[in-house]
Ligand binder design. Sequence first.
Ligand code: PCA
Length: 227
Amino acid sequence: MLSPSPPRPMRILLTGFEPFGGQSLNPSWEVARALHGQTLEGAQLVAVQLPCVFAQALPVLQQALKQHQPDIALALGQAEGRCDFSVERVAINVMDARIPDNAGAQPVDEPVVAGGPAGYFSTLPIKAMVAGVRAAGFSASVSQTAGTFVCNQVFYALQHTLAGLGVHSGFVHLPLLPEQAANWSGPNLPSWPLPLQVAATRQALAVVLAHRLQGRADLALAGGALS
Ligand code: PCA
């Protein structure tokens, strides 16, 4: 008699972006690829790079979701100027680019999904992630806006695609890497070394995994801010 096949291991999809805005590095991809192939409490981590191009990022994202069928999907992006591990609360249905993307496109006030809802909340336990990352010794906060560039587009499309499917998904913005900040033209910007960014991301994913496995709701901790 055939014995029942064991349940497949949980799969976590991590996406990171290619460099943009004249940079040669993007912390989001460096973190994602550092975690690629690792396991976390038995869950398998898979990293996929997204182009920083409005017209190309979503097809690559959709293909990755189809191919990897993740239980948890965390998209990562660079937010130059942010000083901590920045857990996004909400994606909005608008593209309004302050700079051209890597293909030179600069949409203004166009929807990510025509006729789609104005916004989607993260389905990750964002407060617990912030608390967990802080408990591990890193600074973290809830962010109330993922901007209106390619990161927000990907976050919105991720939530739209996975709505109602039971996959936990969301977005985290990361600070610059020190080598980027050292060469930044303009004001001095905060940065974090890559190993710390990787450790904070692993910690956040461990929290998401624990919440999912135990069916726990998010923590009711204050995370509000003026902007
Ligand atoms: N950050 C940009 C797009 C790619 C990235 O890493 C953003 O915040 O929209």
